[in-house]
Design a binder for this molecule. Structure first.
Ligand SMILES: N[C@@H](CCC(=O)N[C@@H](CS)C(=O)NCC(=O)O)C(=O)O
Length: 237
């Protein structure tokens, strides 16, 4: 599968050696999160995509979870997007976390919470029945409302400064925009703060860089492979 270098900028003074490899999958939102953090830090990352339907033996030998992203520095093999985002953040330059420890902890907790929304959204995208769509959509909207309650600043989670928590939610909003534009599905009813946050994130150059022109086609192809009922609807209309 593809192997590319994320950004032409040099890894000046980074603790990550230049040969560090991010192992990923093209549409994975957790991989996107790590790539957005790297972009924000101005770090070049070598990215290698693997086929998750046919994981290579070298990957399974080293990864206990069998999930992407994974970061191979040559000396260390690191898994879990939250941990990978942290190590990229710590590897160079100013931190993408708030200074105060309690604020930082709240950021980390909400960044982890993004996985709940991403899971419901993903299931909604690939499920095969209308009942399942409704079920996952309700779960997603319910979780969206919980995030809405804590969004008190603008334009990003902590205000002006873009943070790791923003990178964790950006792929969710990329998919929200796709669902709205492609299928007319709005999963953000009544969530004004979430909408504004999503707009700010979609405007962010790092988010745009990571979700290139081919991203929507790749999402749609993945839905088709999984027999998504949403695509069956859209073929009938
Ligand atoms: N908690 C993990 C979740 C990563 C994850 O679920 N990645 C998916 C792709 S988006 C994956 O690797 N799935 C393959 C599998 O579960 O076998 C993280 O944050 O890194």
């Amino acid at each position: 599968m593809n192997h590319f270098i994320e950004s032409p900028r040099a890894n000046n003074a980074s603790v990550l050696p230049p040969e560090t490899l991010l192992i990923g999958f093209p549409i994975c939102p957790f991989v996107a999160r790590a790539r957005i953090v790297a972009q924000e830090k101005g770090l070049a990352l070598n990215v290698r995509y693997i086929d998750l339907a046919n994981k290579p033996a070298w990957f399974l030998e080293r990864s206990p979870t069998g999930t992407v992203p994974a970061l191979d520095t040559g000396t260390h093999f690191i898994f879990e997007s939250s941990v990978i985002s942290e190590v990229i953040n710590e590897s160079a330059g100013p931190s993408l976390h708030p200074d105060a420890p309690l604020d930082r902890a709240v950021n980390r907790a909400w960044a982890d919470y993004a996985a709940n929304l991403l899971r419901s959204q993903y299931m909604m995208m690939i499920c095969r029945s209308n009942d399942d769509i409704d079920r996952y959509r309700m779960a997603l909207t319910d979780a969206m409302r919980k995030v809405e309650k804590v969004l008190t600043r603008k334009p990003f989670f902590n205000g002006e400064a873009f943070a790791i928590v923003d990178a964790a939610y950006a792929p969710l909003f990329v998919r929200c925009a796709f669902l709205k534009e492609r299928f007319g599905l709005d999963v953000l009813p009544g969530c004004r703060a979430m909408r504004a946050w999503g707009t700010a994130l979609l405007d962010r150059p790092s988010v745009q860089h990571v979700h290139g022109a081919e991203h929507r086609d790749a999402l749609e192809a993945h839905m088709r492979q999984n027999g998504s009922v949403l695509l069956r609807h859209s073929l009938q209309t």
